[in-house]
Design a protein around this ligand. Structure first.
Ligand code: 523
Length: 138
């Protein structure tokens, strides 16, 4: 049986906006936007991997909230799973420290303004209702 490796992505939410990150590498992905994250390491829980990746790549202290239903195929043997996440109190604001060269906080109306990686599009679509839930009562 082929080994399957989970790549975790974060739908990082803040005040009804979703964070999009523009990849700077590898060349075939550079310039496209993604839900930031990375590969789960052996023996690591996916949520812990996501918190680690967000710290390494964006310099933030984040926590996961819920799994976004679904799983999306990447280049074999990788599959993408997504969690909603938020910044913990006192966290720094995200900065593109590694793997990215731009970040944008998108409102629902702006979600399709960026050129998402094809494989991230269905995951982004699934997170939209959660984004709306976060825009109420402010
Ligand atoms: N994706 C992807 N979408 C998405 C992520 C986080 C990753 O399509 N939202 C793809 C891109 C790569 C593979 O998944 O082909 C691994 O992601 P990467 O490079 O962000 O994972 P890292 O940071 O764990 O990789 P290493 O640099 O190898 O450690």
């Amino acid at each position: 049986m082929t080994e399957r490796i989970v790549v975790v992505g974060a739908a990082l939410l803040d005040a009804g906006r979703l964070l999009a990150a523009r990849r700077s590498a590898p060349p075939e992905l550079a310039g496209r936007w993604e839900l930031p994250g990375g590969k789960v390491e052996q023996g690591e829980a996916p949520e812990a991997a996501l918190v680690r990746e967000l710290r390494e790549e964006l310099g933030v202290d984040a926590e996961t909230m819920e799994r976004v239903p679904g799983e999306w195929p990447l280049r074999p043997p990788y599959v993408l799973q997504v969690w909603t996440a938020r910044l913990r109190p006192g966290s720094a604001a995200p900065e593109p420290l590694q793997d990215h060269d731009a970040l944008r906080w998108l409102t629902h109306a702006e979600i399709w303004d960026v050129d998402w990686l094809d494989q991230d599009v269905p995951a982004v679509r699934e997170t939209l209702p959660k984004l709306d839930a976060g825009t109420r009562a402010r």
